[in-house]
Ligand binder design. Structure first.
Ligand SMILES: [Zn+2]
Length: 197
């Protein structure tokens, strides 16, 4: 038994099949013996009971291996940072359900990390890559472009700025260290003296 020719994407009101052949499932409705999609999404046929359902496609980002995600650090444990995934790098939409992701201490940065509290602080926003998406989300911030992208002063909660070496609080002058996401240094001041090679 093969699927009828179901399109990849249907709009509300699109005809899916005859009610005498199929059962109307989730995301569909029946009208005068015909089954229609009730939402935007992908239709599926369940071969067991011949029901047709439509999986909503609202642009809800699924977290997948190798994705870049933005996450907030919620808790630092001895061996891992526990984060809430806020959005994926490929979608500006937030990830529903605020799934948890963890950065193991061995994946915080290249080389040995003595303590996660030396690299992250609770409330930091990090950009991380998904190492594993199921059953739990495991993240890495080890590669240079990954790590903390926004951090607040642990003393006064102002947003920290990148100083010459460490992060500096523009309000109270407190300096802090993080495993920062390194932005390509093309336009950065300092080393570039503008001389041709
Ligand atoms: Zn401060």
């Amino acid at each position: 038994m093969s699927d009828p020719e179901l399109p990849k994407l249907v709009l509300p009101g699109d005809y899916l099949g005859a009610a005498e052949e199929f059962l109307p499932g989730r995301g569909t409705y029946e009208n005068r013996g015909r089954i229609y999609a009730s939402l935007l999404g992908t239709p599926h046929l369940d071969a067991r009971d011949r029901s047709i359902r439509v999986e909503a496609r609202n642009g809800i980002p699924e977290i997948q291996e190798d994705d870049l995600v933005y996450a907030r650090v919620d808790e630092l444990k001895t061996a891992m940072a526990i984060c809430t995934i806020l959005s994926t790098g490929t979608s500006t939409r937030t990830v529903p359900g605020a799934p948890e992701g963890t950065v193991h201490i061995s994946k915080a940065k290249d080389g040995y990390t003595e303590s996660l509290s030396g690299e992250f602080a609770v409330g930091d926003i990090i950009v991380a890559r998904v190492l594993q998406a199921h059953p739990s989300v495991k993240l890495t911030t080890a590669p240079a472009p990954l790590g903390v992208v926004a951090a607040r002063c642990q003393v006064c909660h102002a947003l920290l700025r990148i100083g010459p070496k460490e992060l500096v609080c523009p309000r109270c002058g407190h300096t802090e260290h993080r495993k920062l996401a390194q932005v390509p240094r093309s336009g950065a001041p300092g080393r570039n003296d503008g001389s041709p090679p």
